[in-house]
Design a binder for this molecule. Structure first.
Ligand SMILES: Nc1ncnc2c1ncn2[C@@H]1O[C@H](COP(=O)(O)OP(=O)(O)O)[C@@H](O)[C@H]1O
Ligand SMILES: CC(C)(COP(=O)(O)O)[C@@H](O)C(=O)NCCC(=O)O
Ligand SMILES: [K+]
Length: 268
């Protein structure tokens, strides 16, 4: 059994895998103020609620785009599982060729998504992750990570409006049904959601032109993927488990090195 962590700017998503089966998954808020003891307590409680034995976890892999919570989280993991987690980054085999100017600069979550999507759906591909930011990533037919775009996420875009315009309220992110709206709340919902659909369709269209390939699949993931995918034909697949599955796949690609490491710490 392995435990995977996807640390995003809004949420930490955890999953427990037995071979390729996801036994359970949990979502907690990313909180830079939580101490290692607090993370330890929350993780411990989640295992108890799901009736999974902590001792059955043989290894841990993390992908993070939030450096400043790693100290607390890794410390909690060391205490709970008695091992040093594998952190996706330089030195970890992903099996993917990263064609970014500086490959170290790409968010680990984007690489993990790309590994999963290429493994599950093959290339050429466009991956859209509706997280705190919305990222688009292009993957070639032979599986190279080509790069992409980063836009402000749906939730933070609407929050910015609420924070900066005195008369505008915070709204629930639901579709108002029509684009011409007759009150403030639905007008904001319309502008944010239908406006966002426009952003998504235009970026996908431009990416498809640059990719030039045929039958390019578009896969969406992240908290708000269903909301946008339900409004456009440009998104072909919604896969909420993309990042967790990617972590499981990357773990497998590093399994031999990890088994050596685990044998070493076992001998201590
Ligand atoms: N299951 C869900 N249903 C609806 N909205 C969600 C869900 N999970 C997350 N969200 C919202 O989607 C946005 C992005 O979340 P998430 O994908 O977890 O971001 P990140 O990966 O950046 O932490 C957040 O505003 C969050 O509140
Ligand atoms: C773009 C991101 C902020 C997305 O993070 P998320 O919305 O999943 O929290 C993250 O992937 C990141 O910090 N990337 C580094 C910059 C880059 O990918 O070029
Ligand atoms: K994410």
């Amino acid at each position: 059994m392995i435990l995977v962590f996807d640390v995003g700017n809004t949420n930490i998503v955890m999953g427990v895998y037995q071979a390729t089966d996801l036994l359970d998954s949990w979502r907690i808020a990313t909180d830079k103020d939580k101490t290692s003891d607090e993370y330890e307590m929350v993780i411990h409680q989640l295992f108890q609620i799901s009736q999974i034995n902590i001792k059955d976890v043989k290894d841990v892999i993390i992908s993070s785009v939030v450096p400043n919570i790693m100290y607390s989280l890794e410390h909690a993991i060391r205490k709970l599982f008695n091992l040093e987690p594998l952190v996706v980054g330089p030195g970890v085999k992903t099996g993917m060729n990263i064609k970014y100017d500086n490959p170290k600069q790409v968010g680990a979550d984007r690489i993990v998504n790309a590994v999963a999507a290429y493994d599950k759906y093959k290339g050429p591909l466009i991956i859209v992750d509706f997280g705190t930011a919305t990222t688009f990533c292009a993957i070639s037919e032979k599986g190279d990570y080509l790069g992409g775009t980063i836009s402000p996420g749906i939730k933070i875009s609407s929050d910015a409006l609420f924070q900066r315009a005195a008369k505008l309220p915070r709204v629930e992110l639901v579709k108002p049904g029509q684009v011409i709206c007759k009150n403030t709340v639905t007008s904001i919902q319309s502008g944010i959601i239908y406006g966002y659909v426009g952003l998504v369709e235009y970026i996908i269209k431009k990416m498809m032109q640059e990719l030039k390939g045929n039958s390019i699949k578009v896969v969406a993931t992240g908290g708000l993927s269903t909301l946008i995918a339900s409004e456009t034909d440009y998104i072909h697949i919604v896969d909420k488990l993309l990042t967790l599955d990617g972590l499981r796949i990357i773990y497998d690609r590093n399994r031999e090195d990890r088994l050596k490491y685990l044998a070493e710490i076992g001998q201590k």
